[in-house]
Design a protein around this ligand. Sequence first.
Ligand code: IVH
Length: 678
Amino acid sequence: MSGLQKHPKQHILQLREQLEYHNYRYYVLDDPEIPDSSYDRLMQELEELEQCYPAFQSMDSPTQKVGGFASETFSEVVHAVPMRSLGNAFDTAEITSFARRVKELVGLETGEVEYVAEPKLDGLAVSLRYENGWLVQAATRGDGKKGENITHNMRMVLADRTRLNGDRLPEVLEVRGEVFMRTDDFHQLNQNQQKAGLKTFVNPRNAAAGSLRQLDPAITASRPLSLYCYALGEVLGVAPPKSQLDALEWIKNMGLPVTDLVKPVVGVDGCIDYYNELLGRRDSLPFNIDGVVYKVSRTDWQSSLGFTAKAPRWAIAHKFPAQEQVTVVENIAIQVGRTGAITPVARLKPVFVGGVTVANATLHNAAEINRLDVRAGDTVIVRRAGDVIPEVVSVVHSQRPQSARAFRFPRECPVCGSAVVNQGDGVIARCSGGLFCAAQKKESIKHFASRRAMDIEGLGDKLVNQLVNDKLIDDIGDLFSLTLTQLSNLDRMAEKSATNLFTAIERSKNTTLARFLYALGIPLVGEATGETLSANLFTLDEVAAKSEEELQNIPDIGPIVAKSIRTFFQQPHNQKVLEKLLNAGIHWPQPTRAKDFTHSIFAAKTVVLTGTLSMARAQAKSWLQSAGARVTGSVSKNTDFVIAGEDAGSKADKARQLGVEILNEAQFLQHIHNRLTV
Ligand code: IVH
């Protein structure tokens, strides 16, 4: 993209053209082709070039204009006070120089400036014009000077807030804010669109823009749009507020929504603390934010600082690291999982996104490949948000090379050649080879050795591949007959590593029944089911002997899981493997009988542990389980308790939002202690 050899003028013109194109797609079509981070990079590149070559600067450049256009579909509105954009900062150094400049310009020699810190909502800006308390006009930002008239549609979003509260209302009041869509509303809308065979939206911002800019207000009314207000435009007839904080308070008192994430902060340190706090909460907020905004609070200082061509000198956006990036699909590969599930995976040109380097993204299944219309060679947008696995969001179709060929889903397993069978409306494709398939074999061994299963340290992907390829092992039962000499003779295996691995294999023989059941890789039996089986049946023989009906009598075990367990233990080859394992000396302490849970407040409750506790997490989990609780990893409306240790972050926040009861460690121990002594 940098094109160092290009003549600067040619490069500048090319960047302007690209930015105009992306502005059009974003603002007019509501259908951006590249993520904001790529747009920001193009803009930064152009800004830097224009600074180096002032001769080529121009008022027409996208660097000098607020992004949008006023589309011709809606009538035009001239903003009484222009709607400006914000300058972007990407690191602390930029915030420090912004704040230094503010101090210099307002002539503050000692002390710190007070700012109001706000989330940067990722939606579209609107201006609401009220006269004597009644909504008379609503407009999009457009190019900042002229926007589109969306009054009818905004009435649908505002509902009863088209009339302001209070008795001394100004003759004219323009309130500015952001229309956006909450994440869960967005997913729901996309589901509905898909069911109805209609176009789905790439992200909540697009969905909000597309829903607001509808010719038929009834469509807008049917879409779940939200609004937060954050600024004033024209104010006539009353004295304007003296600070940003007062302005927000006033807006709120008149009945318009203001987010309660707004916070007054002092100086750069206050700004950065706020940034870090919100960055930590980003993934648990009910809507997308792409950064935070700092605004000098005093309005007299705002006036004296004024504006550049595009943005105020008294406010700046501090952007979060991008969760979306552009990269190239080098290949589409097929992965065969432990239970034969066949998953297409996009092998990507590695890209840094959401804080990690991503080289693979699952494409889930054939239907998803069709939906995205993704091909090897395509330029794609990859998203990684929080702990969520990276995904391909969309294809940049305009950059598809001619050589890109559509992907053909295999009919035969690429590893063992067995037929691929489809299940569940063709969504799940499975290799029918079972443990004959080397891929399934290897995956089942990797799973068996994994940390939460038998925890054989040092037995990773490469070694498992080597052991299976060299025919030293064929199934999990063979692991325990490996000799130290065999391990030492492996390619690239140092003596010490061989000894360590040998010891780790030996040590893993001492385990728990729950872990062992999970390690076996019985389809649909995860850690929780392993625990349940162990806590209710107490011996492996019992688990293996129970009928489907008997298994279904155990809490949390339904017919499908019961069938899977039964089928597993009936297979002669599984029985042989079990025999090998038990003969090798795998053992566990006898699980204690499930107690009478009725005394515990955790009995039959769903509990989430978060933050740092003074005891090991596993200990707390096991106490809870023995008190009859189900311990899960994420907070939802089905969670009954969250136990929050030190520095509990987003999970505790989410619990607060959902009104889930939070216990601190002392309270937790108190309940457990009471329970243990009855
Ligand atoms: S204030 C003169 N505050 O970000 C300053 N804008 O990149 C006007 N935005 O056009 C904007 N959250 O669409 C402001 N808390 C916030 C915001 C916010 C999101 C959007 C808004 C604006 C764009 C600039």
